[in-house]
Structures are given as structure tokens and as C-alpha cells.
Ligand binder design. Sequence first.
Ligand code: GTP
Ligand code: MG
Length: 274
Amino acid sequence: MRLERFRGRDMASVYRDVCLTLGDDAMIAHSRVVRDGRQTFIEVVAVDAREVARFRKQLTPAAAPVFAPVGVRRDRPYVVALVGPTGGGKTLTAQKLATHNAAFGASRAGLLALDPDRSGTFERLVRFADAHDLDVEVVHDQKSIRTAQRRLAACDVIIVDTPGCAPRSPRAAWRAMLREIKPDETHLVFPATTRFDLATHIREDARSLGVSHALLTKIDEVPNDANLAMIASALSLPARWITDGQLAGTDLRSAAPMIINAFDVAPDEQVVFA
Ligand SMILES: Nc1nc2c(ncn2[C@@H]2O[C@H](COP(=O)(O)OP(=O)(O)OP(=O)(O)O)[C@@H](O)[C@H]2O)c(=O)[nH]1
Ligand SMILES: [Mg+2]
């Protein structure tokens, strides 16, 4: 979804520009008063209303935690992979998805971690899996993937956790491992605390990983909904879940109501100093 930024001396003139460019029913995602030295001006970020409508349609059906008709056995587990920037919440979200009712209900979930660097960062995940009686595999190279998949074959769903992905290290070995796994869904795990203008950049990088969904984390850490709405629109990907806390057992929710609500209350006034 294309976000456009408008600036002017007063709200009336900025709004006129918005309507001329995006039409009368343009939606204002964000507005603020900017003080630059002695000058004060109004800045508005707006979106074409038709684009918002399209975006909402994309959100609502995708939000239902449906991955296969209940009770129908697939010939192989459904695979959901989590990728995204370092420290974004992938591992904690993997734990939540494996255990939270809002994710896969009573289905049997298994965990698969890709760790070609033998970083040991997935020990927490393994301890969590052991404590919750979940199947877990940590693979260090491509040739071990098949074996891990065989061991997890009795699961209904496999959640794949990956190392933090910095946009400038595209050749990381786990990317080839992920391609080999061919996930059914790949969620870009993206903290809502990130500046929204980085979202498009990170999404571009994630495109090569075949990202199909956005999964916004750390919603509990953002003071208002404007950034959430803007990140969601900048990523412009279907979303099933969001996370809003550090407790694996509780802090996972359906994305659609949160994000739609964020759009509805997004326009907020704030004063910043340029
Ligand atoms: N407040 C809050 N903290 C979260 C949320 N999700 C994750 N965190 C915290 O964010 C930090 C990083 O979480 P991880 O799950 O380790 O992130 P990661 O993406 O796996 O990190 P790397 O594997 O190092 O890239 C931890 O302190 C988590 O508790 C959330 O929804 N809300
Ligand atoms: Mg991790």
C-alpha cells in the first residue's frame, strides 16, 4: 500500500493537497505538527481509500487460524516458517504458535530450528519444547533436513524458527535450508517498535525468502496505534497473528481486529521537533 506524505502551513491547505492527489475519500493515517527552527508546519501521511479497502479485504480472511480442515489428515505436516530481523521475536513467537490455542488449536505442533552456524541460540527453544512435551529438531546443515522432517512427520504442523536475518547478509546458509523445506507459509516477524519507514526496506529483503505473511510483534511496547497502522500498510501482507507480550502462554492474538482498529484510530496529533 502506497503511503504519501504531505506538508503545508495549515491543515486546510494540506488536506486540499491530499484530496487533489488521492481523491476526496483519502484516508489520513497520521498527522503531526513539525517545528523546524522558527517554522511550524503540518505533516500528513495519507493513503488512497481504495487501497485501504483492498488491504482490509486481504487481512480479514487471512486472520482466521485455519491451516487445514479440522480433523483432516494431510499427507505431510503443514509448515509455517518465521523469518525476520534480529531480536524481532521469532523464537518466542514459535513457542507461542506451538502452544497457544489461538494458533493451531488442539493440533500437534512440532518445532524445527535452522542453525547452520551452531550458534546455540536455539537451546531456549529446545528447553521450552522439552518442558511442553513438543517434538523439536535443530538442524545444522542441509543434508540433515530430511531426517528432521521424518522425525517430525507425525506432527500436524511444523513451526520453523530461523536465525535473525540482517538485510545485508543475504547469503546466510539457513536461507538455502529454508528453500529446501518449502514452507506452506513464511511469516515476516516484524516488531511494531520499528520505524515504519524501515518496513518496506525489510520487506524487500524478505521477498527473496518467499514471505507470504506479516506477523507483528511487541504491540504492547508501542504507545499508540499510528505506527502499527503504518507498518501494517507499508508491509502490505496478509496477517494472521500479532503478539503483545513476553508470555508464551497468553500473548498471541488474531491480527485482523487489532490492525483494523489501529487504522480506525490511527490519525493522531503529536508535536515533534525536526
Ligand atoms: N514486550 C514484548 N517482548 C517480546 C515480544 N515478542 C518477543 N519479545 C521479546 O523480544 C526479545 C527477543 O525475542 P526472541 O524471540 O529471542 O527474538 P528472535 O527474533 O528469535 O531473536 P534472534 O533469534 O536473536 O534474531 C525477547 O526478550 C523476547 O521476550 C512481544 O510480543 N512483546
Ligand atoms: Mg531466535
